[in-house]
Design a protein around this ligand. Structure first.
Ligand SMILES: [Zn+2]
Length: 52
C-alpha cells in the first residue's frame, strides 16, 4: 500500500487522483534528489583527497 500526497491540498490519500480533483503523487521520490546524492559523494571524495 502506497500512501500518496495530494499536490493540491497536501493531504495524504491512497488514490492517484485526490477527492479534491488534484493529482496525488508519492511524497518519497521528491525527497531523493539525484543532484544532492552526487553532491554528497563529491564532498566525500573531496574530503578523502584532502586527507591523502
Ligand atoms: Zn487534495
Amino acid at each position: 500500500m502506497i500512501l500518496l500526497k495530494c499536490t493540491g491540498c497536501g493531504e495524504y490519500t491512497l488514490d492517484e487522483v485526490h477527492s479534491c480533483g488534484q493529482k496525488a503523487v508519492s511524497p518519497k521520490p521528491a525527497k531523493y534528489s539525484p543532484d544532492d546524492r552526487y553532491a554528497k559523494y563529491r564532498r566525500i571524495a573531496k574530503k578523502r583527497q584532502g586527507l591523502l
